[in-house]
Design a protein. Structure first.
Lengths: 261, 261
């Protein structure tokens, strides 16, 4: 990574937790590598998927900028927050009428901001308990799927290096899109590929980057655990999913090569 | 106005109704003037204050772009709409991950959009009745204030040239800010200057542009009528306002020159 930072580098931006495969980045190590190379390089972290999942002490994290999103902590869509370290000056990219509105013009989304604020409060109540509970459900769901459905592989790390809410599994010989549709008919709402690229039907660049083949990336599902989920929810998914995968595989044109007996 | 359009002009942008003084612009005349000069110049209208107040037939209006805001039609803050005439190509100013999100990146504020949609539906129920009712309340409030409080002047036009919801009056020998504070203690919520510049305590550039002196612009109040207001509300304001103005004037350092008797 150090090799990518040179005199042309203005800013290094890394998600504290990868949105797709849940990898918890060692932001302090990244910060040190970057600052060792050039102290003037700014460090930004997209903390949207980390906020409420891992402890985030901004003083300790010592980045220059950090982004947060309301809906990622179950607040209303349409609002977010940007942490700007004291002394860092940034210019707006959209200008409005008011000199008092320093970074963003227009009327503030007050109900959204209040909802975001409340969501932050709620998600940090029983934070440790929630995280332990989510990690437990994550592991139950992961091992349950890997054990009950063949031709599957977990994407991203295991255990403490992984976000407590993230399960991302590739189902070979399946279309991820088809799985999401059939699961939704059963009241199970998950994303194929990355949620963000799901509408363009292209496999996740993150999965391709970690070495997954096109078809492995294509048949991936991203499942998110929330503090509001229970063991019963996980058991329901484990009950329904194998049959859904079987059905979708039975109509898929891509089949495993038959083993010679 | 024609003199301001030359070969360097890319776009002409005019509010269909002036946000501060309620002037209804003759958008068709403006469009014709601009197109006579140069057919390639794009015409944008900020229709935020016009939507729900005057009939807006986009085909007939024949502008290239128009902006709408949810909270201006009593929908949730944080969402708006941009009308783009078929064939007009515009480039985003912020880019995201998705090729499907053509103009604005990120997760859509779905509840906000649904609320905006509902607000548009509600404000267009009984549209004619609402507009007639608002115009009636506007005229009662305007003449009531001008008749009961001396040293006052209406800003902007009268009657059909004015938005049905807009009352903007200058109170000489008064600080607009002080009036808003004292009125709010009586449950009456209005803006001083323009609402948008009220936090910077500078007089409205619109009022200065129509020839008001600094002190006339400074003592102005913008009062908005909604379809939810009643005659009783107007009577309450007319009951409270004269006393408030009298009190604020009594402590104001700016006094009318005493007449020689």
């Amino acid at each position: 990574m150090s090799a990518h930072v040179d005199k042309e580098t203005l800013i290094v931006s890394i998600a504290a937790i990868n949105h797709e495969i849940g990898t918890i980045q060692d932001m302090k190590a990244i910060r040190d590598i970057v600052r060792d190379k050039d102290e003037a390089v700014l460090i930004h972290t997209d903390a949207c998927d980390a906020f409420g999942r891992i402890p985030l002490d901004m003083k300790n994290l010592d980045v220059d900028l950090a982004s947060f999103s309301s809906h990622k902590v179950y607040g209303p869509k349409g609002v977010g927050a940007l942490y700007v370290r004291e002394g860092i000056k940034i210019e707006p990219i959209i200008y409005g009428q008011l000199s008092t509105q320093k970074l963003w013009p227009g009327v503030e989304n007050v109900p959204g901001i209040m909802g975001f604020s409340k969501a932050v409060e709620v998600i940090h109540r029983n934070f440790r308990e929630n995280v332990l509970n989510m990690s437990d459900l994550r592991d139950r769901l992961t091992s349950g799927i890997l054990n009950s459905v063949d031709h599957t592989m977990l994407n991203g790390p295991l255990g403490d290096e992984r976000a407590p809410d993230n399960v991302n599994i590739s189902f070979l010989y399946c279309e991820g899109e088809a799985l999401t549709v059939e699961l939704s008919l059963n009241g199970i709402y998950v994303s194929s590929g990355s949620a963000c690229t799901s509408r363009v039907l292209e496999p996740s660049h993150v999965l391709l980057a970690i070495g997954r083949r096109y078809e492995e990336a294509h048949g991936s599902l991203l499942m998110k655990i929330t503090p509001f989920h229970t063991i019963a929810d996980i058991e329901y998914v484990l009950d329904v999913l194998p049959g859904v995968v079987k059905r979708i595989r039975s109509i898929s044109p891509i089949k495993p090569v038959k083993e010679v007996r």
